[in-house]
Design a protein around this ligand. Structure first.
Ligand code: 8Y4
Length: 284
């Protein structure tokens, strides 16, 4: 798949490292902020460490999607994300993924050399579909139940979670193709934790292979999420091994991109899982 000027072979799974540039991000605790100012050098060092550990993508997000998080203005999101895109682009050999639903950020990040648009709202915002189309970049379409992260966890309900997620994603793919996207630019994500109960999340992982019906690459993001915390009854800083278990399953079920906080650990797990699953091909 072509990510801007970089082609990546998704026949082996790739790891995407998470870089939050929000001051209130609960997993990394806003570690790149000091007295409300983003520390660019610190963000770059974190990105460099993830690239060194084997991440092929760095996913940069400037909007907190945690349930109940404050909404950020468009300008605030641009001010947070674009300087980081510019620095990483200048200094690291990774594909920059932009975690955004904001059309202007899609356009401006693409102009600075971003390689992927990762939109948890699957290009549903006004103008997002056209903005993403014009960038010529690939897009990850994610499923979320409910209109926004602020309300999505209010009693999520599905009659058949796998079918409903597939139906939604199929509709979004059709809309994208209709406006002019080539299918080779699209990837899909069931959206773990986005308007789903624990059982919904577990079922979507146990039956992940069913999302291959569209013939598109799959991105999986379970790292440190509540579903791991609920099963293990552990806080966010003790969810590494549980998260790694979900990585083994996702890779065995053919996921192409794994979005994580803990890149070095995940790279080992991905490589080991892949070695077993591909042994008959005599690779490694
Ligand atoms: C602990 C750590 C608890 C992290 C919750 C979280 C996804 C995503 C997010 C995903 C894609 C998050 C931007 C939520 N999750 N993009 N983004 N797929 N494609 N929560 O699953 O990491 S943010």
């Amino acid at each position: 798949m072509q990510f801007g000027d970089r082609a990546l072979d998704l026949n082996r799974p790739r790891v995407m490292g998470i870089l939050n540039v929000t001051p209130d991000s609960f997993s990394d605790g806003g570690s790149y902020y000091q007295s409300d100012r983003l520390d660019l050098d610190k963000a770059l060092r974190q990105a460099a460490a993830m690239a060194e550990a084997g991440a092929d993508f760095i996913d940069i997000g400037g909007e907190s999607t945690r349930p109940g998080a404050a909404e950020v203005s468009e300008q605030q999101e641009l001010d947070r994300v674009l300087p980081v895109v510019e620095r990483i682009r200048a200094e690291l050999d990774v594909v920059i993924s932009i975690d955004t639903s904001t059309p202007r950020l899609m356009t401006e990040a693409a102009a600075l050399g971003a390689g992927l648009i990762n939109d948890v709202r699957a290009l549903a915002r006004d103008g997002a579909m056209q903005a993403a189309l014009a960038t010529e970049l690939p897009v990850c379409l994610m499923h979320m139940q409910g209109a926004s992260p602020s309300t999505m966890q209010d009693a999520p309900h599905y009659d058949d979670v796998v079918e409903e997620v597939c139906h939604f994603l199929g509709q979004r793919v059709a809309s994208c193709v209709q406006v002019g996207f080539d299918k080779s630019r699209l990837m899909l994500d069931p959206g773990y934790g986005f308007g789903k109960s624990l059982n919904h999340n577990l079922r979507l992982l146990n039956r992940l292979e069913e999302l291959h019906r569209f013939g598109l690459p799959l991105l999986v993001g379970t790292s440190r999420k509540t579903m791991v915390g609920q099963v293990l009854d552990k806080p966010v800083d003790q969810r590494l091994y549980g998260s790694l278990a979900t990585v083994v399953i996702a890779v065995m079920k053919g996921a192409q991109i794994i979005r994580v906080h803990d890149v070095a650990e995940t790279v080992d797990v991905v490589r080991m899982t892949q070695a077993v699953c591909q042994e008959h091909k005599g690779e490694i």
